[in-house]
Design a protein around this ligand. Structure first.
Ligand SMILES: Cc1cc2nc3c(=O)[nH]c(=O)nc-3n(C[C@H](O)[C@H](O)[C@H](O)COP(=O)(O)OP(=O)(O)OC[C@H]3O[C@@H](n4cnc5c(N)ncnc54)[C@H](O)[C@@H]3O)c2cc1C
Length: 471
């Protein structure tokens, strides 16, 4: 990411993990170990958590810290030093990454195209005195390999599919150098010895969003979900995936993927080895690799994937043409946040976000489309969708977040021109409501007791791009 060369008297290769919180099968760690072996230096893995990233809450913090504990233990088991820091009032550290980088021969960080990780990486690369390498640890096939000027998803798949086999093959690297045991510019936290729930309760973050019980933190919970995918979900995936009323219809893996607790390679290995029909495996691969990695690739091609102006020009135009249409169904931010609007189906969707920190794909489509009619302008609808998804959902703030929301605002144009939506297709709730038991399921889902989120005065505008959050 910069034009510097490795420093000869560095003490280690710094592997700064921002999001890919797993000790094995992690390209950022493997690249660091390979570089360390070549330079005859140990690898120092670092993971830090601050209070000042947008939407920091008990829910997100606890999920991240749980993953971080398992990351450290896993690194130790494979002979790598891993140090952590949880920033808090009594243990503030300024510029820790720069201080760690000052002793390093080189820095390896993550090639993540959205949110905090992207701006942090760019900042560090611009300021560090050592080379900074960005490694993609989120996708099976690194988006950088796809090249530019891809025409649509089918063009992407034509380049992506032939690469999959080779990128499924590599093995974890073995460090030739003893774990780093030298000096550090700070006293690391030993998170595994701390009561994380109690600690999180003391932080200056949003305490109104509780920790998800359906998607608990940690590697063991992720492995349990993966095992459930193989035994319960995959055998019926192609037909059950769109049925939000069935708990075994979808894998629920997206939070673990977003924070890199699981990687797509190990998930695909489990899928390929499962006893399930080919149509189910192909459908799952299409979602995990064909859609998820398409959105990651898209985000790498955009300067600001989180912004409204990323959506297709025709969609912006048709929405602008209808910007002055009367919006009689508008809802307040407070009603939307609390899942207490006049729309039962929407409330059922929103309560999955509120309670579980996750929402079923089929519900997310309806949920997102409705916001276009409920907010004063298309830009406000976009900001509201991103805000709710990013704040509440464990898998939010991801290339898939903005890519999917963009697809709801554009997608294939409708033949019909409607009020407010123009030629943007609308969506009803029939795919859930009209199922056997659908009515009852929605009524129950819409009345689940939910946490009461704190209500801001307004939806933040571009928290992604104005981030002065320091590193
Ligand atoms: C408006 C809207 C917002 C969305 N926001 C997010 C988000 O913030 N983060 C996120 O990860 N996904 C998002 N999605 C995509 C999708 O809804 C979730 O990935 C999926 O619901 C996660 O549940 P699952 O793990 O059970 O999925 P499964 O059906 O079990 O699929 C397995 C994996 O494939 C990937 N996948 C499945 N569907 C999609 C898709 N449409 N696009 C990209 N990848 C997909 C996910 O990584 C998922 O974990 C959004 C979709 C919509 C329509």
């Amino acid at each position: 990411m910069n034009d510097r060369v490795p420093v000869p008297d560095g003490s280690y290769v710094l592997c700064w993990l921002q999001q890919a919180l797993r000790a094995r099968d992690n390209p950022a760690i493997e690249a660091s170990v390979r570089l360390g072996n070549a330079l005859n230096l140990p690898v120092l893995v670092y993971h830090g958590v601050r209070e000042d990233y947008p939407y920091a809450s008990d829910r997100l913090h606890r999920f991240i810290l749980g993953a971080s504990v398992d990351l450290t233990i896993g690194c130790r088991e494979r002979g790598l030093a891993c140090v952590q820091h949880l920033d808090r009032a009594e243990r503030r550290e300024k510029g820790l990454v720069y201080r760690l980088a000052a002793e390093a021969a080189a820095v390896v960080l993550e090639d993540q195209p959205t949110f905090v990780a992207r701006w942090q990486a760019e900042r560090v690369a611009a300021r560090a005195q050592v080379p900074v390498y960005a490694v993609n640890a989120a996708c099976l096939v690194p988006p950088a390999l796809i090249g530019d000027e891809v025409r649509g998803r089918s063009g992407f798949l034509r380049r992506h599919e032939p690469e999959r086999a080779a990128w499924s093959e590599w093995k974890d690297e073995q460090a030739n150098v003893a774990p780093y045991a030298g000096e550090l510019p700070f006293t690391p936290d030993r998170l595994e010895e701390l009561n994380l729930d109690a600690l999180v309760a003391t932080l200056t973050i949003d305490h109104s969003l509780s920790v998800s019980t359906t998607h608990p933190p940690g590697r063991a919970a992720a492995e349990e979900r993966l095992a459930r995918l193989v035994t319960d979900v995959l055998p019926g995936y192609a037909s059950a995936r769109n049925d939000a009323t069935r708990s075994e219809g979808a894998s629920g893996l997206s939070p673990y993927l977003h924070f890199g607790v699981l990687g797509s390679r190990e998930i695909m290995a489990a899928v390929n080895g499962a006893i399930a029909g080919g149509q189910h495996k192909r459908k799952f691969a299409d979602e995990l690799l064909g859609f998820r990695e398409w959105f990651h690739y898209q985000a790498t091609q955009l300067a600001a994937p989180e912004r409204y102006d990323r959506i297709a020009g025709w969609a912006r135009q048709t929405l602008a043409d209808h910007a002055c249409d009367t919006r009689s169904e508008q809802e307040t931010l407070a009603a939307m946040l609390a899942g207490e609007t006049r729309d039962e189906t929407w409330n059922a969707c929103q309560r999955q976000f509120l309670i579980d920190g996750w929402m079923h794909n089929n519900l997310r489509m309806y949920w997102c489309k409705r916001l276009i009619a409920w907010t004063p302008t298309p830009e406000a609808a976009w900001a509201t969708a991103c805000y709710l998804n990013d704040r509440l959902s464990l898998d939010g703030r991801d290339p898939s977040t903005y890519g999917n929301i963009a697809a709801m605002f554009a997608g294939s144009p409708s033949d019909r021109e409607r009020e407010i939506y123009g030629r943007v297709a609308t969506r009803g709730d029939g795919s859930t409501r009209n199922r056997v038991g659908g009515e009852a399921w929605l009524a129950a889902a819409a009345s689940r007791p939910a946490p009461q989120p704190s209500i801001p005065a307004e939806v933040p505008v571009d928290p992604y791009l104005t981030g002065e959050a320091t590193v």
